[in-house]
Design a protein around this ligand. Structure first.
Ligand code: NAD
Ligand code: 44H
Length: 381
């Protein structure tokens, strides 16, 4: 292995505008793997694309030195690339990890024992997404011991990359802010060289602070915005009643983060205030449909609403704003979003208790269960 090589699954917004860019800046040749034939053909036939940042300290970056492979039609080629790569990353969505895992498993099984272990990092908005990916990879390996040929590290990624102008081609507009935290412990002394990432011993506080602040706040504005008939995120945040709902949920998640991870309350408040400014950035043309996408995932057990609300309830602490927002999220009805369609079907076909058990994963005896049932029932009536 001479030059550095990374295979990245998911050449979408965060793939091109964040992970691909950072790996490129770190000196890796990036091989993008995606199932979108049009996107892959376009990448394969275009030598470079441009990432334009907006916001404080914005720069413009040209990304080149990449290749692109269709992972639906060229599985064996993708496997061969991973088998000789230093790093494999994903930004496909947590529900898709199980589909990319068999390719990573096949590559690990094929990898020469002379090569250093493959670094595997899922870059998704989910707690311990790499652990989910690892479980699927191990399931697909002919011998679980082969997993020793890879190092699996959880990560937390933060950069708002909205849906792009259809005329932009491969170019991506992103906010200038970004953060990529990667757990260092799995790597021992051999952490990958990625200067724009930072390696931390314990990722839990980072990923929970990110998911339960950035993503909880973001989704709160999206669902309240949708219910109010607002379509752009910047408009949602500049609507005082919606901004107040966001501040209310973030006060609740702050209380949890402070109690659980011993964060300094003032530091967490400064983080919230900084994010309120990020969210409202009028230069980012983000939509409530994108930020609220896949509502069934977002209403899941370890996700941005039920996750913190359940822990608050277990500690006897209030979670009224989080629960109220879950109720508002039920109105998210976007015909182009299959999970939104399924959400609407489940709301008409299931009694409130079954809906809550199925969608939120809460059990009947849980201290949050009755509160969530109440908002579902109110929505149904
Ligand atoms: N956009 C953001 O602001 C942002 C920020 C941080 C994290 N994330 C996370 O990154 C992930 C991707 O989000 P996005 O906004 O880039 O979405 P996106 O829809 O723009 O990109 C996802 C890409 O994955 C591809 N894909 C789907 N199935 C695949 C498969 N089986 N194999 C390979 N590729 C496949 C799609 O074709 C698409 O190009 C999500 O987990 C999201 O939560 C997004
Ligand atoms: O990607 P999702 O669907 O989990 O969440 C939508 C947005 O909140 C998200 O993509 C943010 O823009 C991103 O997490 C910012 O780092």
């Amino acid at each position: 292995m001479s030059a550095l090589k990374a295979v990245h699954f998911g050449a979408g917004n965060i793939g091109r505008g964040f992970v691909g860019l950072i790996l490129h800046k770190a000196g890796y040749e990036v091989v993008f793997a995606d199932v979108n034939a049009e996107l892959i053909d376009s990448l394969a036939s275009t030598p470079s694309y441009v990432v334009t940042e907006v916001g404080d300290g914005a720069s413009v970056w040209t990304v080149d030195n990449y290749r692109a492979l269709n992972s639906a039609t060229h599985e064996a080629d993708v496997v061969a690339e991973i088998a000789t790569a230093n790093i494999v990353t994903t930004a496909v969505g947590p529900n898709i990890l199980r589909f990319v895992a068999p390719l990573i498993a096949a590559a690990i099984a094929q990898r020469s024992a002379d090569l250093p272990p493959l670094a595997v990092m899922a870059c998704e908005n989910a707690i311990n997404a790499t652990d989910l990916l690892k479980a699927e990879v191990v399931k697909a390996l002919p011998d679980a011991a082969l997993a020793e040929g890879a190092v699996f590290a959880n990560t937390a990624v933060d950069r708002i990359v909205p849906g792009q102008d259809p005329d932009a081609g491969l170019d991506v507009t992103v906010e200038s802010f970004f953060e990529w935290a990667i757990e260092s412990t799995p790597f021992g002394a051999a952490t990958p060289v990625i200067p724009d990432a930072h390696f931390v011993d314990d990722l839990a506080p980072y990923i929970e602070r990110k998911l339960f602040t950035v993503n909880t706040g973001h989704a709160t504005a999206a669902y309240h915005g949708f219910a109010a008939g607002v379509s752009s995120m910047s408009e949602a945040f500049s609507t005082p009643a919606i901004a107040a709902e966001v501040r209310a949920v973030l006060a609740e998640t702050k209380a949890l983060l402070v109690a659980k991870h011993d964060f300094d309350p003032e530091v967490q408040q400064a983080y919230i205030d900084k994010n309120m400014v990020r969210f409202a950035n009028p230069e980012l043309s983000d939509t409530v449909d994108r930020v609220g996408r896949q509502p069934l995932r977002k209403l899941g057990r370890n996700e941005r609403f039920v996750g913190p609300a359940a822990e608050l309830a277990e500690r006897g602490m209030p979670s009224d704003a989080l629960v109220r927002t879950m109720g508002v999220a039920l109105a998210f009805d976007v015909p182009e979003d299959p999970q939104s369609v399924e959400l609407q079907q489940l709301l008409t076909s299931l009694p409130a208790e079954s809906f809550v058990a199925q969608v939120s994963g809460l059990e009947e005896g849980h201290p949050l269960f009755a509160d969530v049932v109440a908002v579902v029932r109110a929505h149904q009536s």
